[in-house]
Design a protein around this ligand. Structure first.
Ligand SMILES: [Zn+2]
Length: 271
């Protein structure tokens, strides 16, 4: 059932918890997918979250790599309605050992984002597979038949995007006047440079929502900024402002995502 097509990323947050992001899990009839953690080899697996969707994001607050000398491992399991485990994925964990200097750097990076120049945002991860849009997808021609579709928001996939994820980003460069029209009116460039921590990991086609001014941007390119040339710290993103006429603006984001950003926790004790 786990056939190697599932993509899983594990990344440390500044507080030392691990963020797990997965994509392309298969939806299997009658079975549900869940996420488990094991704190050491041979230790029993604890269930972190039941009934996951094919793509998602979870922060494991039960583990803290600052206070442990061994990294926890994450597993996905398919279970039947009675709770019987039908298959278990390979183990996923961090591919590098985060040292204290790196984690301290992450704390500073996140603090600066949240306290100084960060903007509360929502990341929408594009559906890249699954059910096609029931409203606009033409199965015979394998293409969308409407320009404006409020069911898939122009993506061709049912629902268009996975569940929203809260995150914080900053504007690196606001767009300047692109050019002057023949009638003398300025037109503004719609390309923005923004920076976010490297989780949730974004890909071209994903959407960033600025919850302060309701602007929405489509991710175009992503460049990773690293610490000591190996540990990821930021994503530098080129994003293009999505015009209000785009169907993406018909996508409703739940009210709770517009509340104030969760405050940064007190600096944890150094290990
Ligand atoms: Zn559609």
């Amino acid at each position: 059932m786990f056939d190697g097509t599932m993509e899983v990323k594990v990344a440390p947050t500044s507080s030392g918890h691990l963020a797990i992001q997965w994509a392309k899990a298969r939806r299997l009839g009658g079975l549900s997918l869940r996420l488990c953690v094991s704190t050491s080899p041979g230790a029993p697996r604890l269930v972190l979250s039941e009934s996951l969707s094919e793509t998602g994001y979870f922060v494991d607050e039960t583990s803290n790599v600052r206070h442990r000398d061994r990294l926890p491992s994450y597993f996905f399991e398919y279970t039947d309605p009675s709770g019987m485990i039908m298959d278990t994925s390979p183990a996923y964990t961090l591919t590098y050992e985060p040292d204290i200097a790196y984690l301290s750097y992450l704390v500073e990076a996140e603090r600066a984002l949240q306290k100084i120049d960060g903007v509360a945002g929502v990341a929408l991860i594009l559906k890249r597979e699954g059910e096609r849009c029931p409203s606009c997808w033409n199965v015979i021609e394998a293409k969308r038949m409407k320009d404006y579709c409020p069911v898939c928001f122009g993506t061709g996939w049912d629902g268009g995007y996975w569940d929203p994820i809260s995150f914080t980003f900053r504007y690196l460069r606001m767009p300047s006047v692109g050019q002057i029209n023949l009638d003398g009116a300025p037109t503004y460039d719609s390309v923005y440079q923004v920076q976010a921590l490297y989780y949730p990991a974004l890909l071209e086609g994903d959407v960033i929502v600025d919850t302060h001014n309701a602007e929405r941007f489509r991710v175009h390119t992503i460049e990773l900024v690293t610490y000591r040339s190996s540990f990821p710290v930021f994503q530098n993103i080129t994003a293009i402002r999505i015009p209000k006429s785009d169907a993406l603006h018909a996508l409703t984001i739940p009210e709770e995502f517009f509340k104030k950003h969760r405050p940064l926790k007190a600096a944890p004790v150094v290990m």
